[in-house]
Design a protein around this ligand. Sequence first.
Ligand SMILES: Nc1ncnc2c1ncn2[C@@H]1O[C@H](COP(=O)(O)OP(=O)(O)OP(=O)(O)O)[C@@H](O)[C@H]1O
Ligand SMILES: [Mg+2]
Length: 222
Amino acid sequence: MENAIELKSVSKVYKTKGADDVVALDELTLEVRRGEFVAVCGVSGSGKSTLLHIIGCLDKPTSGTVIVSGTDVSGLNDVELAKIRSERIGIVLQDFALIPYRTAYDNVMVPLYFSKNRKNAKKRIMESLEKTGVADLAKREIKKMSGGQKQRVAIARAIVNYPDIILADEPTGQLDSKTKKEIAELFKTINSEGVTIVVVTHDDELAKTADRIVRISDGRIV
Ligand SMILES: Nc1ncnc2c1ncn2[C@@H]1O[C@H](COP(=O)(O)OP(=O)(O)OP(=O)(O)O)[C@@H](O)[C@H]1O
Ligand SMILES: [Mg+2]
């Protein structure tokens, strides 16, 4: 079966003026099968977010090859990367990156602006909010929601374009244990529908839900 994600000898070096270079990823190699659910664990600064950003086409590696759902994205320009991102990948960032003064509905609509496929937008937005359990909050502003509710809206936004891959950075970081469990189950349900999932997490509950735990240390899989 074709892999959903392949990283071959991927390095990411951050260059900062007046400071030493930081090797965030060090010739990292990783394969994730189509439909697999992988949890990435590692201490702070080990390169987890950097890895997720590179898989998610938000950032480019310094060297190495990155293949995302069959496409080699290593040499693509920003416009091409944005296209792959909007068509194939749903991303849930650490701070949600939701628009606070807009409703849940408006936030979930955002990826559809950038998509060619805008048919049935209303139906798809409401389906996503239903799937993540916050359809009753569709018209509520994000700033008036709890952390768990915001997290659900962020996941709804990530699935609205029917991505092949969902990437999430500490999606249960700020949540109480009951909500953590519910969010872990939500990812499991989305995964059971065939979506490949990679989550960065410190949360044992969420890591246990995954098919496989990948450990990263100093920018390498260990
Ligand atoms: N834009 C940047 N410029 C310079 N260094 C950076 C940049 N982003 C990250 N780094 C460095 O790269 C290394 C890996 O960072 P990364 O954010 O990937 O870690 P992480 O595993 O996600 O950590 P955390 O668990 O704290 O979120 C760290 O040493 C960090 O300081
Ligand atoms: Mg991080």
